[in-house]
Design a protein around this ligand. Structure first.
Ligand code: C5P
Length: 245
């Protein structure tokens, strides 16, 4: 198989809370750089998780490869270095897509239910990706009426999000990880991917709730959000189970 040649790194396109995107000499490819910065509660809480960028790049690489091998189209091209991943360029659909298998976080608050209750079937939620509005929850009608996505795109997102959920559960369960919930972002491709929606962003303990299967110990960003300690240890433990097993 021929590998995509590595294009030259160009100017910074965008800097987010946990990642930086760089242009490259190929207009259809970008470099996603993983930082150690951690934020929570819409950046009201800020900190650093030592080596998080390196760990998250490794975890996201394995999980994107798993999804690609199973026919999910993602922006992942290949890992370039400790903290860099080559990706297809996307125009991100401004919807944060959350899939939940177990009650936790904002669902626990919203429904007045204890964390840990297993849902009879997975739930899909949409949030409007707008930091200045604290990412409010929206439904399909909001997405359509405000032109955030087309009906075809929403159908694709729904189908792919549940498929990703099934693939991740199947992969994580034998590695002793319960997939409680996670957030996905999708984007419209350019060049040869024009007209297609690809899965973008990252799949890491920053945007997923991972609990130890035996003890329900939290192994994700909730350790940072809730000051639970052992943050780096937990990220490394997830990396060990996902990347070495
Ligand atoms: O906070 P909440 O319970 O709604 O989060 C659901 C899931 O989505 C969690 O796994 C969380 O890490 C992720 N999430 C995220 N980015 C956001 C909001 C939620 O990665 N802005």
């Amino acid at each position: 198989m021929t590998q995509t040649p590595v294009p030259e790194k160009g100017a910074k396109l965008y800097e987010g809370k946990a990642k930086i995107l760089y242009e490259t000499s190929d207009p259809d490819l970008v470099i996603q750089y993983f930082k150690d910065d951690a934020t929570a509660f819409n950046a009201q809480k800020k900190g650093t998780i030592v080596e998080k960028g390196i760990v998250n790049n490794r975890i996201a690489t394995v999980l994107f490869q798993l999804l690609e091998e199973n026919g999910v189209k993602t922006h992942f091209v290949r890992k370039l270095s400790d903290r860099e991943m080559l990706c297809h360029k996307l125009t991100i659909v401004p919807i944060e897509v959350v899939v939940r298998n177990i009650v936790a976080g904002s669902l626990s608050k919203r429904m007045g239910l204890p964390e840990g209750e297993v849902l009879p079937r997975p739930i899909l939620e949409f949030y409007y990706k707008r930091d200045d509005l604290d990412d409010p929850p929206i439904n399909d009608d909001h997405a359509l009426v405000f032109n955030l996505a087309t009906a075809e795109e929403l159908a694709h997102i729904r189908r792919e999000a549940f498929r990703v959920n099934e693939l991740l559960i199947k992969f994580l369960d034998p590695r002793g990880i319960r997939l409680v919930d996670f957030k996905l972002e999708f984007g419209r491709g350019t060049g040869k991917n024009a007209g297609q929606l690809l899965l973008g962003d990252e799949i890491t303990p920053d945007g997923c709730r991972f609990w130890d299967k035996a003890t329900n110990e939290k192994l994700d960003k909730d350790r940072f959000r809730r000051d639970l300690g052992k943050i780096e240890e937990s990220y490394h433990e997830v990396e060990r189970r996902i990347c070495e097993a």
